[in-house]
Write a protein that binds this ligand. Structure first.
Ligand SMILES: [Zn+2]
Length: 153
């Protein structure tokens, strides 16, 4: 990736976002997701942001550093990229799931658990957005949970 392929700027989804600066094809590397590997899950940011990727059981990539612009990529319920661990030599990359046009926001599935999702509202505005940041396979369970939970006041 050359430095000019992606850029960070304010996002309609949340805060800063990561955006394509040129067209991309399917399964192209969009941006590296850089950070040190640790054997313990990195602590959460005070803001509640999470930039950790579990690359293998018990091995975490801490993407919170300033040298990782890809950390600004937002979650979407209909993502156009996925975060893939390519091994110790290549590291982790955001890779396109479909063709992207220059100017499109790059999003991926944060893969949050049901418990995590309850503290992370989603405002991706994708059709079918479940309103919480949660891994795609868990969305039916979240929908059931929301249907049966009652407001407290
Ligand atoms: Zn959403």
């Amino acid at each position: 990736m050359s430095a000019g392929d992606v850029e960070t700027r304010p996002s309609p989804i949340a805060g800063q976002g990561l955006f394509a600066r040129r067209d991309f094809g399917v399964a192209e590397r969009l941006a590296p997701y850089r950070g040190p590997l640790t054997s313990a899950p990195p602590a959460r940011e005070e803001s509640g942001e999470v930039y950790a990727l579990e690359v293998a059981p018990g091995l975490w990539l801490d993407g919170a550093g300033a040298d990782n612009p890809a950390r600004w990529a937002n979650h979407s319920c209909a993502p156009n990229a996925e975060l893939v661990w390519l091994g110790a030599t290549e590291g982790a990359w955001l890779i396109s799931l479909r063709p992207l046009r220059a100017g499109e926001e790059i999003t991926f599935d944060y893969g949050f658990s049901l418990a995590e999702s309850l503290f992370h509202p989603c405002s991706c505005r994708a059709p079918g957005c479940v309103g919480r940041i949660i891994a795609a396979p868990l969305r039916p369970a979240l929908r059931r949970h929301l249907r049966f939970s009652r407001p407290r006041d």
